[in-house]
Design a protein around this ligand. Structure first.
Ligand code: EPZ
Length: 423
């Protein structure tokens, strides 16, 4: 398995281009199942998760062509020949559950393996299933699969009140509702930019949707959807991750394509920590003057709050801050696996349940560390950029799920970083 070697201590300067959002693309791609017309996605990120979704859709009979070096995805579900999404692909990526709603809505039937948990938590899909049942679906859970059947006349519009915010359940219900008979109202819906992006793409396909980005989304079902061409929204989590690179090393970097509205709560925390974030004509410039960042407290919440997907990366910064920070992880039950690895680098972190207390140290020390999940792995890279000496991060396949060519993007800004291909 590949490793990434970093020698820390160089302030970063330069520009980093931000790609299209992994978590938008992973819900836009299954939307192809809603129509027999072509769907084209531009500004697509080139990531292993996208290749996994491509493989899953292909296994159902859909065609997905990666054009322009993978930046354009041309999808067609004109010839779907099976409605069964197999465990051997679904287990690789939880977002696979997002084929359930579209398949059920268009074909009246779907068999999707339950995704199983992952490193950061059990991650059940009960809210997805409850929403589809509210629309009239019959669900039979057996042999690790959900066997879903829509009523003879198709799914029916319904009022769906989510007991708590779920990004994936909102996406599955939103897609299913576009072809249901009648009106669906999603209450306590997720407000993430990826939901807004999905709604905008569905609307181009002929869906009738109002309220995306607010807690209540109303969908008038239509009998069929057409094709569309849609640009994937900028990846706010990649953006926030790379904003932390100049913050933790000192220096100044422009994030090309960065949009402040996508990371407002995160940028406020950086400002409070003493890191400057400025809008430029081509993106966002992040700079940190001399001296250490200041400690800040963080609570992760659904959008527009501080994103859970930036918690691990922010912890890396706060390990070097002046003072003590308290980070509360409210979305997932086990999302501090980066802490023991950061402690190996000299960080002072006390974890109790969903709360981590970080006492900043002047300098971390390079060490061999292990990536455990996507965002934990990139927090170790950030820590390595600032640490004294060499950090070797192994199991970087986690990293490649969500970050395109991380060593190139950081290397172009002066970081001493290289990927060592495993023998
Ligand atoms: C999406 O996951 C993202 N993944 C995650 O990003 C992100 O962390 C998460 O939203 C929260 O923002 C994709 O978009 C592909 P949820 P999702 O449903 O939809 C619980 C990354 O690093 N829950 O909003 O699975 C769940 O266990 C990934 O890119 C239920 O209990 O998240 C979690 O504790 C990691 N039952 C909480 O709700 C359900 O039916 C929020 O989950 C659904 C969720």
């Amino acid at each position: 398995m590949d490793q990434i070697h970093i020698t820390g201590g160089t302030p970063l300067t330069g520009t980093i281009p931000i790609a299209g959002a992994k978590n938008a693309c992973l819900t836009l791609m299954p939307a192809t199942l809603l129509t027999d017309q072509p769907l084209t996605l531009t500004n697509a990120p080139r990531l292993s998760d996208i290749r996994t979704m491509t493989q899953l859709l292909g296994s159902l009979g859909a065609e997905v062509s990666a054009l322009n070096e993978g930046r354009v995805l041309a999808l067609s579900s004109h010839d779907i020949d099976t409605l069964r999404a197999d465990y051997d692909i679904v287990r690789k990526m939880r977002a696979s559950i997002l084929v359930l709603g579209p398949m059920l809505a268009r074909f009246g039937q779907a068999e999707v393996s339950l995704p199983g948990g992952c490193a950061i938590g059990a991650r059940p899909v009960d809210l997805h299933l409850r929403a589809l049942e509210a629309m009239g679906a019959t669900l039979d859970l057996r042999d690790g699969y959900v066997h879903a059947t829509a009523p003879a006349g198709g799914l029916r519009g319904a009022v769906v009140e989510f007991p708590f915010v779920s990004v994936g359940a909102t996406e599955n219900a939103l897609m299913a509702a576009t072809l249901a008979v009648g009106t669906t109202v999603l209450k306590n819906a997720a407000r993430e930019p990826e939901i807004v992006d999905l709604a905008q793409c569905l609307r181009k396909m002929g869906a009738r949707i109002e309220g995306e980005g607010t807690p209540t989304i109303t969908i008038e079902g239509v009998t069929a959807l057409g094709g569309a061409t849609h640009p994937v929204v900028t990846d706010r989590i990649e953006l926030g991750t790379y904003m932390l690179a100049p913050a933790i090393t000192g220096g100044s970097v422009e994030l090309l394509g960065g949009r402040l509205d996508l990371v407002a709560a995160f940028a406020e925390k950086l400002d409070a920590a003493g890191v400057s974030v400025e809008e430029t004509p081509t993106g966002l410039r992040v700079s940190r003057k001399n001296g250490r960042v200041r400690a800040v407290d963080v609570v992760t919440e659904p959008f527009p709050g501080f994103p859970t997907d930036l918690q691990a990366q922010m912890m890396a910064l706060l390990c070097t801050a002046e003072g003590t920070s308290v980070l509360e992880e409210r979305i997932f039950e086990n999302r501090f696996m980066h802490a023991p690895e950061l402690i190996r680098m000299g960080a002072r972190i006390d974890v109790h349940g969903g709360t981590a207390t970080v006492t900043g140290v002047p300098r971390l020390k390079g060490a061999p560390v292990m990536a455990t999940d996507l965002r934990a792995s990139v927090s170790l890279i950030l820590a390595g950029l600032a640490a004294e000496g060499e950090t070797v991060v192994s199991r970087v396949y986690h990293l490649d799920r969500g970050y395109e060519r991380v060593e190139e993007k950081l290397g172009n800004c002066g970081a001493k970083i290289e990927r060592v291909r495993a023998a």
